[in-house]
Design a protein around this ligand. Sequence first.
Ligand SMILES: NC(=O)c1ccc[n+]([C@@H]2O[C@H](COP(=O)([O-])OP(=O)(O)OC[C@H]3O[C@@H](n4cnc5c(N)ncnc54)[C@H](OP(=O)(O)O)[C@@H]3O)[C@@H](O)[C@H]2O)c1
Length: 280
Amino acid sequence: MKSLHGKVAVVTGATSGIGARIAEVFAAEGAHVVLAGRREHEGHQRAAALGESATFVRCDVSVEADVEALVGHAVERYGRLDIMVNNAGGPGNMASVTDFDSAVFTRTLAVHVAGVMHGIKHAGRQMVAQRSGSIINVASLAGKIAGWSGLDYSTAKAAALHLTRCAAVDLGEHEVRVNSVSPGFVPTGIFAKGSGADASAADATAMSVAEAFKPMLDSSQPLPGTVRTDDIAAAVLWLAGDASRLVTGQDLAVDGGMTAGRPAASSRAERTRMRDLLSS
Ligand SMILES: NC(=O)c1ccc[n+]([C@@H]2O[C@H](COP(=O)([O-])OP(=O)(O)OC[C@H]3O[C@@H](n4cnc5c(N)ncnc54)[C@H](OP(=O)(O)O)[C@@H]3O)[C@@H](O)[C@H]2O)c1
């Protein structure tokens, strides 16, 4: 039997990138999926491609009433909610802290922290009543180590990681689990969006982003290869399903080892350089 047979899932930020792939994988595993995002054309198209088991709801996660209506749609249509994936997010802003615009900072927190909070709150209410459910938040390696994204984004993702733990201990007695997945660098449109490109045009740039990342990943990521949306979806699928039934409050890093440390080759090259310098 398919691993999510008959389960009901909501995925925010499912109009492109990681969220779109999670929705596809969930549908292939037998779930009814409600896709959410702000772009209606893309959302309806993606839901239609998944067949009758998928619908799209327009939702800005920073607006609590939108998220409440999104969860309400899933429950009204399917009678329950088993999986909530709080994945929606946008790029960071690269200004220095000394120049940071507080309105920009507040907006980033509204999407990446309040947006996740809204999802946990409204999915959590339904799941507490059911006494079951799995909530997965998409965080980031940038929430664990500094210097890989804007300070607003990195701070917000760090908050999302701790919110995951706080909600997990809050909801555990109701048999509701809350975990997160922290992607490393995944080629999606988010990077071109950060450079100001139109959202739909940006989504088409994923492959060129992969090329642009290569030199940086070679020196920073212990495992060779590019982290793909498939890799994130596989981790989210495991956290969504019964195989992880006693896992809560945890973060699963899918980053090729970047948050574990530097690749051995980088350290070796530096030690050799140091030895040559000291012996000359
Ligand atoms: N790609 C990476 O390297 C990477 C690394 C670490 C973490 N992440 C995280 O992974 C998640 C997905 O990003 P991605 O790389 O797949 O980028 P993406 O392709 O740009 O997808 C972002 C999704 O979030 C939606 N979204 C943005 N703001 C929203 C809002 N206020 N309300 C509702 N939906 C919103 C977008 O849809 P609409 O435009 O239709 O609203 C889109 O579906 C984000 O949380 C991101 O921070 C990505």
